[in-house]
Design a protein around this ligand. Structure first.
Ligand code: SAM
Length: 272
């Protein structure tokens, strides 16, 4: 088997599954030494991708902004929209001059919280996640990237979590499970089959659960900035919850595909 055959196979897989050829090359070079085992590995990758198995799980990593994060099955794969949310949050934190206490609630792989601590390190950052597999990945990512964050491996509404965070946080960011049951037909087959449902599907009997609880348990219209990822079918309800909680300064920002995606509540000073 020649190197040329390997290169041609890489180009074919890259075109077929829309994956950067460089990533495939790097992956097979790490995992197989000679061109015959590389060819068999590529064949396995091709077969797995053909049945919708996520590439990130296959190679065990995912790119998030400038960070290469480790990821594994059982843990939600961070999305490009969330890179945009994180980017917006970092800009906002800079506007506020730093020294905030930031909580990334429902942290998954740790993408949001780790990126915030990396790019605006003068802030104290807490990550809260209840899935033990995800917590293990957060620890690995933080250690490998040498990013110092505080991690709470518990439900974000447990008494222990609240006792540590409730009266201290000044910036809460969350990408909670928000896909509505009626939207299931728009969800990629590969997400339904391979990503943990409890990470992306909103509680069917109460789709606004996370937003309402985060706003009521961590919000404070005089003190706490709230940054949410959501979607076109829920952003109006989230805005309403923010207004009901006393947030006067709210905004909705569209994602790169023009969909209402990010919902923000900013504190106003008492004399406003
Ligand atoms: C949509 S994923 C977002 C993960 C990550 N923040 C990201 O943007 O890639 C939601 C995450 O929330 C976690 N989660 C769900 N309910 C939770 C709760 N009550 N407390 C803490 N984590 C929770 C899930 O395990 C999952 O990892």
């Amino acid at each position: 088997m020649s190197e040329l055959v390997t290169h041609e196979f890489i180009s074919e897989i890259s075109r077929k599954h829309n994956i950067p050829a460089g990533w495939l090359m790097e992956d097979i070079q790490v995992r197989a030494t000679d061109s015959i085992s590389q060819w068999f590995l590529l064949q396995k990758i091709d077969d797995a991708l053909a049945i919708g198995y996520p590439y990130a799980y296959l190679v065990g990593k995912v790119q998030f902004l400038d960070l290469t994060l480790r990821i594994k099955e059982g843990v939600f794969i961070p999305r490009p929209e969330t890179e945009q949310l994180t980017d917006l949050a970092i800009q906002k934190i800079k506007e506020y001059g730093g020294n905030l206490v930031v909580a990334d609630l429902c942290a998954g792989s740790g993408a949001i919280g780790l990126a915030i601590k990396k790019y605006v390190p003068e802030n104290e950052v807490w990550l809260v996640e209840r899935n033990p597999y995800a917590c293990q990945i957060i620890r690995e990512n933080a250690e490998r990237l040498n990013i110092k964050v505080n991690l709470i491996c518990q439900c974000c509404f447990s008494e222990t979590t609240k006792s540590q965070l409730k009266h201290r946080v000044t910036f809460v960011i969350s990408n909670p499970p928000y896909v509505l049951p009626k939207e299931l037909n728009q969800v990629d087959r590969s997400v339904i089959q391979y990503e943990p449902q409890e990470a992306w599907l909103a509680p069917p009997s109460d789709p606004l659960y996370y937003y309402r609880e985060i706003i009521s348990q961590y919000g404070n219209p005089q003190k706490v900035l709230l940054f949410f990822e959501g979607g076109p079918s829920i952003y109006e309800d989230v805005l309403r919850l923010l207004h009901e909680a006393g947030y006067k300064k709210t905004s909705v920002i569209k994602d790169f595909s023009g969909k209402e995606r990010f919902i923000i509540g900013e504190p106003s000073s008492t004399d406003e």
